[in-house]
Design a protein around this ligand. Structure first.
Ligand SMILES: [Zn+2]
Length: 395
C-alpha cells in the first residue's frame, strides 16, 4: 500500500464519500430527491465511470469555479512534476504532461463524444422538456451545431421535446425526430434576456431596449402573439434584482430557476428561494434550462411537465446536486470541493466501477518485473518480443 499512495488515497476517498452520499437528482423547488424520476446510466457510461464522472463534474462548474479549478490543478500537477527527483529533462517533461492532461480534460469536457446519463420518469402522462437551447444560428452557438444535432443531444439524455431559442431569431424548422423541436426565441432587450415560447412573429427590439419600463412591455407584446415570456438567468438576477415585482406586474409568465450555462450556474440557492417565494403565490412557471450552445455533452437539468397545465405546479425541475451547489461555493476551493462533491454523488455501480479500475491499475503496476524494466509496458514488450519468432510470417 505504501508503494501505491494514489490508489490508497483514492480508495479511502471513495469509501469516505459514501458516508455522505448525494442523490443523482434533486427537485429544485422542494430540495428533495424526486419520487418518480431518476437517472439511468448506460453500460458504457458505468464501464468508463472514472472518465465519464470526471467529465460530467467538470461540465457542472460555474465560470469562476471552472477557471479556478483548471488553474489550481495545472499549477499543482506542474509543480508535482518539477519537484519529483530526476533529470531536468524528465522533470520538465512531467510538468508538461501535467499541464497537457488538464488541457485534454477541458477539451474532452467540451467536445469528446461519450455516453451520458438519461432521465426516466415513471409518470407516463408527463413530457420531459427543455425550455431553452441554441443552435449554430446563435452568434455564440457552436459552428455547424444543427437543429438535428441538438435533437440528438436531447434525445440521448431522455428529453422528449425542446424549445429552440436562438438569440433574436425565430426558429421555424420542422424537426420531429428523434424528438420534437418547438419554436422559440431568446430576445435580448434592455439588460435582460427573455425566452419566448411559441412566438408568432418577430418584434421591434429597439422599442424594448431603451430602459427597464420599455423592456417590461415585452411581456404584454408576447401575450398579444399568444406566446409566453420567461425571464432568463443570469440577467434578471445580475441586472434586475430590484425590478422583479415589476416583472410580475408586467405579466412575466415565469422565471428560470436553474440554467446550466457557466454564468447561469453561479445563481445562489438563496436567490432561488426568493424567486420561488415570488413565483409560488403568483402562480408563475419556474423552469430549468440546459441553455446548450453545442458545447458539453450533459445537461444539469430536466423539466418534467404536464401538457395543458399551467402555472407554478405544472412543471417539475429536476437538477444535478453538483450544479445546484455552484452558486453557494467559493471559486478558490473548486479544485477540492468539485471532486469531493462528485465522489459523494456516485451511485453504487459507479463506485464499484471506480474501485475495479483502481484495483486493475494497481495490480498492473505491481506486476513483478526485472530490474531496470519499466512498469506495465515493459511486461507487454517482453511478451511481444518473446512471441515474435514463432508468430513472424514467412517470406
Ligand atoms: Zn441562451
Amino acid at each position: 500500500m505504501r508503494r501505491h499512495p494514489i490508489a490508497l488515497a483514492l480508495t479511502t476517498l471513495l469509501v469516505l464519500s459514501a458516508l455522505w452520499p448525494l442523490p443523482s437528482l434533486l427537485d429544485a423547488v422542494t430540495g428533495a430527491p424526486p419520487g418518480d424520476a431518476d437517472l439511468t446510466r448506460p453500460f458504457l457510461y458505468l464501464l468508463m465511470a472514472p472518465l465519464t464522472n470526471l467529465l460530467d463534474a467538470l461540465t457542472f462548474l460555474s465560470l469562476a469555479r471552472a477557471q479556478a479549478l483548471v488553474a489550481t490543478w495545472m499549477v499543482a500537477l506542474a509543480l508535482w512534476g518539477l519537484l519529483r527527483p530526476g533529470s531536468w529533462r524528465l522533470r520538465m517533461g512531467r510538468a508538461a504532461l501535467g499541464i497537457g492532461t488538464m488541457l485534454f480534460l477541458v477539451g474532452a469536457t467540451l467536445a469528446l463524444p461519450r455516453p451520458v446519463p438519461r432521465l426516466v420518469t415513471a409518470d407516463s402522462s408527463a413530457v420531459v422538456l427543455d425550455y431553452h437551447a441554441h443552435t449554430a444560428a446563435s452568434h455564440d452557438g457552436r459552428k455547424r451545431w444543427t437543429a438535428a444535432d441538438l435533437a440528438d443531444w436531447h434525445a440521448a439524455q431522455g428529453f422528449q421535446a425542446s424549445y429552440v431559442t436562438d438569440h433574436n431569431l425565430l426558429f421555424t424548422q420542422r424537426v420531429e425526430q428523434p424528438i420534437r423541436l418547438l419554436p422559440g426565441v431568446e430576445w435580448s432587450v434592455y439588460r435582460q434576456h427573455v425566452v419566448a415560447l411559441s412566438p408568432a412573429t418577430a418584434i421591434d427590439r429597439d422599442s424594448f431596449s431603451r430602459d427597464t419600463p420599455a423592456m417590461l412591455r415585452l411581456f404584454a407584446e408576447l401575450h398579444r402573439q399568444g406566446s409566453l415570456g420567461i425571464a432568463s438567468l443570469p440577467e434578471y438576477w445580475d441586472h434586475h434584482r430590484e425590478d422583479l415585482d415589476a416583472f410580475v406586474a408586467a405579466g412575466v409568465d415565469g422565471f428560470e430557476i436553474v440554467n446550466c450555462a457557466p454564468k447561469g450556474l453561479a445563481f445562489p440557492s438563496q436567490a432561488r428561494r426568493d424567486i420561488l417565494d415570488l413565483a409560488g403565490p403568483n402562480d408563475l412557471l419556474v423552469t430549468g434550462a440546459s441553455d446548450n450552445h453545442g458545447w458539453g455533452k450533459v445537461t444539469c437539468v430536466w423539466n418534467v411537465t404536464h401538457p395543458g397545465e399551467q402555472g407554478f405546479k405544472a412543471n417539475h425541475v429536476f437538477a444535478r446536486p453538483l450544479a445546484l451547489a455552484q452558486g453557494d461555493l467559493p471559486a478558490w476551493n473548486a479544485a477540492v470541493t468539485q471532486p469531493w462533491l462528485m465522489l459523494r454523488g456516485l451511485s453504487g455501480s459507479e463506485r464499484v466501477s471506480w474501485l475495479t479500475w483502481i484495483a486493475v491499475v494497481t495490480l498492473y503496476l505491481a506486476q513483478p518485473r526485472r530490474q531496470g524494466q519499466p512498469a506495465g509496458l515493459g511486461i507487454l514488450a517482453r511478451s511481444v518480443s518473446a512471441r515474435r519468432p514463432e508468430d513472424a510470417p514467412e517470406g
